[in-house]
Design a protein around this ligand. Structure first.
Ligand code: NAD
Length: 377
């Protein structure tokens, strides 16, 4: 089979970086070009393991730069776009929605325009390679279950036919981008697929998100903030299982298709925090070196981590429950997640404990200095 040439936008972010490592391992002959603006959430250090690979290239740039994206599509003979780049944090969207409209809506539209112009409108598509290779193209858009709105306790989980009802500026901007992707397929024939995934967790997740935040706060003996009554429910998926789902959509998904990716794994926030408390307490109790490395962790002082739980004022417009019905993915694509929540959380904890330099640098911003030293800026 001919090797694919991927452009991965947002590949220095949490899921994007995991996807790059996953893809290079699973498809070693493919070329992977990352386009990332390195906003506060982007971290080139997350791609360090790929840097020496001749099939990998990092481009520091913005998806809003139409000329740059068109140039990359042509020069790199890109046949597959996997579009992760986005502003992704709901809390930030509440305080500053503009960046979300700019990147998630206008940025996605810029990516679509570039793909249309190079793949569909050019007199000679670079995918013909001058020799008429006839290789197809694919624009895969990575979206979220939050576009479907909030569920009541007994409502059925979101299917691909659930009407959109986004509630936060983040989910509204993602919904708008989903509609643009759909429109470019129906209007212009762009070969698109979209996946809507539940909450992810795992290595390289920026420490402002719930699971890494809780983990690091326990290690530092800091309060564990829980919104409202802690009973909000999210459906959690280990990030590599998300990457595997996107791979299946790319290989077997129907052009124009939408796929919900999830693991039927609903947890209240408070239960997650309690689970992480228990697992970290156990890890520290079993390993005296950890107690020395993290002397402020409650378990290092003979206390339980759940003593740090602190309830805080609820997030504005906080959606109560998300749940993904992933049956279509399972029956049409043969998708099944490989991690249970407990195995995935354990892996995440082990990764965080083994990668202290990564998260310390992310937290104090010095990873930018590290990058300068490592890669010359
Ligand atoms: N994290 C989740 O639980 C989750 C769940 C479902 C879907 N998603 C979607 O997956 C995608 C990735 O999410 P994530 O959690 O990895 O996000 P993230 O915030 O960790 O990463 C986003 C990346 O995009 C880059 N970026 C932002 N604006 C850019 C721009 N204008 N040009 C180029 N690059 C830009 C950032 O530098 C960063 O590297 C998003 O589209 C998000 O909506 C996330």
């Amino acid at each position: 089979m001919q090797s694919a040439h991927l452009l991965v936008t947002g590949g220095a972010g949490f899921i994007g970086a995991n996807f790059v490592h996953y893809w290079l391992a699973q498809h070693p002959c493919d070329r992977v070009v990352v386009l990332d603006a390195l906003t506060y959430a982007g971290n080139r250090a997350s791609l360090a393991a790929a840097e020496g690979n001749p099939n990998f290239r990092f481009v520091h740039g913005n998806i809003l730069d139409l000329g740059l994206v068109e140039g990359l599509l042509r020069d790199e003979k890109i046949d597959t776009i996997v579009h992760f780049a986005a502003e992704s944090h709901v809390d930030r969207s509440i305080h500053g929605p503009d960046a979300f409209i700019e990147t998630n809506v206008v940025g996605t539209h810029t990516m679509l325009k570039a793909a249309k112009s190079v793949w569909l409108d050019s007199v000679q598509s670079p995918l013909d390679g001058g020799g008429g290779s006839g290789r197809g193209h694919r624009f895969h858009h990575v979206s979220t279950d939050e576009v479907y709105g909030s569920l009541g306790p007994d409502d059925p989980a979101f299917t691909e036919d659930t009407p959109y009802a986004p509630n936060s500026p983040y989910s509204a901007s993602k919904a708008a981008s989903d509609h643009l992707v759909r429109a470019y397929h129906h209007t212009y024939g762009l070969q698109v697929t979209t996946s809507n995934c539940s909450n992810n967790y795992g290595p390289y997740q920026f420490p402002e998100k719930l699971i890494p935040l809780v983990l690091l706060n326990i290690l530092h003996g800091k309060a564990l903030p829980i919104y409202g009554d802690g009973k909000n429910i999210r459906d959690w998926l280990y990030v590599e299982d998300h990457c595997r789902g996107i791979d299946l959509v790319l290989q077997r998904g129907a052009v124009g298709g939408v796929y919900n990716i999830g693991g039927h794994n609903e947890w209240t926030n408070i239960d997650i925090v309690t689970l992480i408390c228990r697992l970290v307490d156990e890890a520290i109790a079993q390993d005296p070196v950890l107690a020395q490395r993290f002397p402020q962790a409650p378990a290092a002082q003979g206390k339980a981590a759940d003593s740090l739980i602190t309830y805080v004022k609820d997030r504005l417009g906080h959606d109560r429950r998300y749940a993904i019905d992933a049956r279509k993915c399972r029956t049409e694509l043969g998708y099944a997640p490989q991690e249970s929540f407990e195995t995935g959380i354990r892996k995440t904890i082990v990764w965080m404990l083994a990668n202290e330099a990564w998260w310390r640098a992310v937290m104090d911003g010095s990873y930018r200095d590290w990058l300068d030293r490592q890669y010359g800026g």
